[in-house]
Ligand binder design. Structure first.
Ligand SMILES: [Zn+2]
Length: 608
């Protein structure tokens, strides 16, 4: 039996690899060859061979956006020393036409392009090249030929270089350090890590009997034992999420890979892809495994929600500009709701820790003034400005923006708990959406989600009203009342203390000034203070340290009016404010819930 099984397993692997074997020999295949000889200086010399180029000017471009990241990036700034040759090796004219675009003329139907890429860092969007690794996010690394998007692509590492370095990627391994993608989109969606990699995998069976491999490939400084524990957690999470949808997606080549990098030489991130994810952090498993595993949970949930249950607004994905999407409250927010929930269901996170995380989320979403400005749909549309976007000019997001991640997660929580009161749950809705739009890969619009909700509850009018209130407008139901059913109490943490809505102060040489913007619902906003205002006195008492401020504010009475003097733009001013009770919320877990709450918890968290 063992032998038979081993033989069967080998046949399976051969078949999977063979799915793209043709790429190596196809006359249209575009080949990228990596020269690693100067990686210690963070440089990669890249040769791209474009066969069968049509007559005329051939344009090559550097992407400006990266799947899963919603902002525009200037990857082209790290590309230099470009040169182009024809099939005879003759140098071709190459001129830069635009910030991210080069024109090649005089070719004979074949173009060999060479360039140098600099990358020193690496996370879910950017690349890192150094003496320990290649951490390649494809849009940040590779120029592409215009109008050749449907061509197969092969990536290979120059023979003999860094022979000990292994490769992990969702690209299909053709052997001899060659890796294939059926087209450009798949290639650009396939981050690749190269170096000293610890690996492990497990098989997961779908209800139809199909088995698929889930691999964890990790660059880290920790032990095999830490890795094995992490792999076991990963398996528990994968199985818990499979239960939500009833099945794993059919991964394109029968395999899904977690590309984890947990070491001091990488940036923290998580980025979903079709059959893989980057999970990175500059810390190790020894101390941080329980925090890092949240990203594993989040990213794997994306293999359904956003990778296959795909908003139409993200299709086709543009590599030249940012796609604006009004659906990220669902694609990211609902995924965020399920990441921690899956950890509890998988037995990785305790209910107490879950409640602690939820406390932070609810404080952020319920107390920030931003919801007064934008609905979940409109918050989603801000993503190109906030998702790893950089800008030098200040913004007013502290007042006008609430991230669609925790906001969407709160909408999901509200919907799940509301559905449970009606004898349904969000898992049913996700499963139906998966069946209709994920499994079939038909990109959805918001109305499709609403119709699915209506079908689950058997009441389209209710679903329409729910979406009108909570998706197209910013209302939220009474979350505290909903949580009460589960023996979870949402209360004011310090109802008798005066609060200033996340006010941050800095102290410098006896001067206390405001750090960052002041929220509109901070009493000091009405008094006229803004960022950098220097607080001189409160209620007639001088303020020369943050300690003074803390002491004086602790003596204020809720509901009373007080004067604050401050210096703003060189002028001394006096403002008046009404002291308000600290709005900070606390979610506490009833340790001895009644029978009804216990039963409700079991249905929600799948635990006792
Ligand atoms: Zn996400």
């Amino acid at each position: 039996m063992r032998l038979l099984f081993a033989l069967f397993f080998c046949l399976c692997l051969t078949t999977l690899t063979a799915q793209l074997d043709w790429v190596a020999d196809h006359p249209g295949t575009i080949t990228y060859t990596l020269d690693l000889s100067n990686v210690q200086q963070h440089e990669l010399r890249i040769t791209v061979e474009f066969p069968a180029v049509k007559p005329g000017v051939f344009t090559v471009k550097m992407p400006q956006s990266s799947p899963g990241r919603y902002a525009v990036h200037n990857f082209a700034k790290n590309v230099y020393k470009l040169s182009a040759f024809d099939s005879e090796g003759s140098v071709l004219d190459l001129s830069q036409e635009d910030l991210t675009e080069w024109a090649i003329t005089g070719h004979d139907g074949f173009v060999r392009l060479e360039y140098t890429l600099f990358a020193n860092g690496g996370d879910g969007t950017y690349s890192g090249i150094d003496d320990r690794k290649l951490h390649l996010n494809m849009p940040a690394s590779f120029l592409y030929g215009e109008q050749l998007n449907d061509r197969p692509v092969m990536l290979q590492i120059k023979a003999g270089q860094r022979p000990g370095w292994e490769v992990a990627t969702q690209l299909v391994d053709l052997g001899q350090r060659r890796f294939a993608a059926p087209n450009y989109y798949y290639f650009f969606d396939s981050p690749t890590i190269v170096g000293d990699i610890m690996r492990g995998d497990f098989r997961v069976e779908n209800p139809d009997g199909k088995q698929q491999t889930i691999e964890v490939a990790m660059m880290h400084e920790g032990s095999q034992e830490e890795f094995d524990d992490y792999l076991a957690w990963t398996k528990d999470i994968v199985l818990a999420q499979q239960k939500v949808y009833g099945e794993l997606p059919d991964f394109d080549y029968g395999k899904y890979t977690f590309l984890c990098s947990y070491n001091p030489w990488i940036g923290g991130d998580g980025m979903e892809h079709r059959n893989s994810t980057i999970c990175s952090a500059p810390v190790g498993l020894e101390k941080f495994a329980s925090r890092l595993i949240g990203t594993v949970s989040h990213e794997f949930f994306h293999c359904w929600n956003v990778e296959r249950i795909r908003p139409a607004s993200l299709e086709p994905f543009s590599f030249d500009h940012a796609n604006m999407s009004g659906e990220l409250w669902f694609a990211e927010g609902f995924t965020s709701y399920y990441d921690d929930l899956s950890l509890v269901r998988a037995g990785v996170l305790s209910l107490e820790d879950y409640a602690r995380g939820l406390t932070g989320q609810l404080n952020y979403v319920l107390l920030r003034p931003g919801r007064g400005y934008r609905s979940p749909v409109e918050m989603s549309q801000q993503a190109p400005f906030v998702d790893a976007a950089t800008a030098n000019d200040p913004d007013n997001f502290s007042n006008t923006f609430v991230s669609y991640y925790p906001y969407g997660a709160t909408v999901a929580l509200a919907l799940d708990l509301t559905l449970r009161e009606r004898g349904h749950n969000l898992d049913e809705v996700m499963k139906l959406i998966w069946k209709r739009y994920g499994k079939t890969e038909i990109p959805y619009h918001i109305r499709d989600l609403q119709l699915a909700l209506g079908d689950v509850v058997g009441d389209q009018q209710w679903a329409e009203d729910w979406f009108a209130d909570h998706v197209y407008r910013s209302e939220l139901p009474d979350i505290g009342a909903l949580l009460d059913n589960y023996g979870l109490q949402l209360t004011q943490a310090e109802p008798d203390s005066v609060g200033f809505m996340g006010l941050r102060l800095r102290e410098n040489d006896g001067v206390v000034s405001v750090r960052g913007g002041i929220a509109e619902n901070n009493p000091l906003y009405a008094a006229g203070l803004d960022e950098n205002s220097e607080i001189l006195s409160l209620n007639g008492q001088p303020v020369t340290s943050t300690k003074d401020w803390d002491k004086l504010t602790s003596e204020l009475k809720i509901g009373e009016f007080y004067e604050v003097t401050f210096r703003q733009l060189g002028q001394e001013k006096t403002g008046r404010f009404q002291a308000a009770s600290s709005p900070t919320l606390l979610l506490s877990v009833d340790e001895k819930p009644n029978g009804k709450a216990r039963k409700a918890r079991k249905a929600w968290f799948w635990t006792e």
